[in-house]
Design a protein around this ligand. Structure first.
Ligand code: SF4
Length: 479
């Protein structure tokens, strides 16, 4: 295997690997064709995805490969010939759910020995998890990780032909697999992963251990994917990475995320560009300028602060202080007036005192985020923070969490109140999840708006006058 100095497999080796997977796609397709001829029905699959949008995007790739191999998606696991779990290990309760699902499939596997049960994703990058599944869930047929996802056709073929458990986990990889099939879940908005891995090692986070070091996709590959989406009628794209602000650092030249935004902004057909997640320490003035100048880049930024106390931020290894974060927010707001800001906050990090928590509340009040995603700190085995002795008692964490939510909900509602009777531009996404008779879309500032509409409007930009305000959404009428 030829690997260049930064650990990135050469494009030629990747191309060979991918060509091999195309051959396995054909082989499995042939097996399925024969099976369908014998049994008189095609094969079905179901995928359950846990965790973040990057996992969702990975599942779209797995779905693309399965469709190319002749499987059809079904939401019913009883009808499935392959049941696949794409797992997340950021929170322990998501892991417990996966074990629960696997346990419940024992009976199904007994009744249908041809059923293939597969698990992949971040959880599988932890050797103790794989061992646990091997020992306790012997009915699982295929286990693979995050680095070799693109080799799914080959691994599935092995499991189908040899009828034995296939386990294939790579500790790391420089492979960036381009041009694999993909079946996207949505038709108006699309996720595009622009980089993989993370170099930051925040002390509470398992991601760098299971997703490896940062690897950026090449600008041309991303732009080509966006052009394809534009031709297919997609209107909005979200560029994804654990920390998109460090995009390109592994190239060894000056290319950065601001350059990528400018290139993507030129693609025809696409109306809106979003991105996530941004690490405050890497958000440059050049990127703020690019956001301001690229007319398709929406006026919304998700900028996780995680805590308001500089002491806690240091212990989290976030590499910025409260003051630096506030200064960054001021610079962003000065250049992009009206931008909406959302954030992530962890409540009850080990050693968090009442004073530290008050600091978090003060940041909330000073910044006035449009929305905050708040999490109770929970120990993640394998991370430095989990080993710290001064864990905050659950009861105190919950009390702080409720206090934080109360402050934030009030701010969110007040900000939304400012939109009453205003006209906003909405990209119509489809039927509302909360009301069968209404349609739903988002403003450029990422606010959900529900309104009466029709199917012809899906994928169109419309003007809506806001008539009713809720904490998390808005209601209005198309004008
Ligand atoms: S930036 Fe920190 S929190 Fe985000 S993925 Fe990397 S290590 Fe985890």
């Amino acid at each position: 295997m030829s690997i260049d100095t930064e650990g990135r497999k050469t494009r030629e080796v990747c191309a060979e690997d991918i060509a091999l997977q195309q051959q396995y796609i054909e082989k499995v397709k042939e097996l399925n064709f024969l099976s369908a001829a014998q049994k008189g029905k095609p094969k079905h699959y179901s995928i359950s995805t846990f965790g973040c949008q990057m996992n969702e995007n990975d599942s779209e790739r797995l779905a693309g490969m399965l469709n190319a191999m002749g499987y059809t998606e079904t939401g019913d696991i009883q009808q499935s010939d392959i049941i696949l779990y794409n797992t997340c290990c950021v929170r322990e309760n998501a892991e417990l759910k996966v074990y629960g699902h696997l346990g419940a499939l024992k009976k199904l596997k007994r009744e249908n020995p041809d059923l293939v049960i597969a698990v992949c994703g971040c959880m599988m990058q932890q050797s103790e998890v794989v061992e646990h599944i091997r020992q306790k869930y012997g009915h699982v047929d295929l286990i693979f990780g995050t680095h070799n996802l693109y080799r799914f056709p080959e691994l599935l073929h092995k499991a189908l032909v040899h009828k034995e458990t296939v386990i294939d986990i790579w500790e790391s990889s420089g492979v960036i697999a381009e041009n694999m099939p993909i079946t996207r879940k949505e038709s108006v908005k699309a996720w595009i992963t622009v980089m993989y891995g993370c170099n930051n090692f925040c002390s509470y986070c398992i991601v760098p251990y299971v997703r490896g070091r940062e690897r950026s996709r090449r600008v041309d590959d991303i732009v080509n994917e966006v052009k394809t989406l534009g031709r297919q009628g997609y209107k909005e794209i979200t560029l994804l990475g654990q920390n998109v602000n460090s995009y390109g650092k592994d190239f060894g030249d000056s290319t950065d995320f601001a350059d990528l935004l400018e290139k993507v902004n030129e693609v025809e057909g696409i109306s809106r560009i979003r991105f996530m997640t941004s690490h405050p320490k890497d958000l440059s003035d050049k990127l703020i300028e690019a956001m301001r100048n690229c007319e398709k880049v929406c006026e919304h930024l998700h900028l996780p602060v995680q805590a308001g106390s500089s002491k806690v931020l240091k212990e989290m290894n976030r590499k910025y202080t409260k003051e630096q974060y506030l200064d960054l927010v001021s610079r962003i707001r000065a250049r992009i007036p009206g931008i909406s800001l959302t954030t992530d906050i962890i409540v009850g990090f080990p050693g968090e005192t009442e004073e530290d928590f008050e600091d978090t509340l003060s940041v909330l009040k000073q910044v006035r985020f449009d929305m905050a995603y708040t999490f109770l700190y929970s120990k993640r085995t394998g991370t430095p923070a989990a080993k710290r002795p001064e864990q905050v008692p659950e009861e105190i964490k919950k009390q702080r969490f409720d206090r934080l939510l109360e402050v934030q909900n009030k701010i969110s509602k007040e900000i939304n109140d400012g939109l009453l009777h205003k006209e906003v531009e909405v990209l119509v996404e489809g039927l509302s999840k909360n009301s069968a008779r209404k349609y739903s879309g988002r403003t450029r500032t990422n606010k959900i708006v529900n309104f009466k509409g029709s199917n012809e409007l899906v994928g169109k930009l419309v003007k809506v006058r806001i008539e009713k305000i809720h904490t998390w959404s808005l209601e209005g009428t198309i004008i």
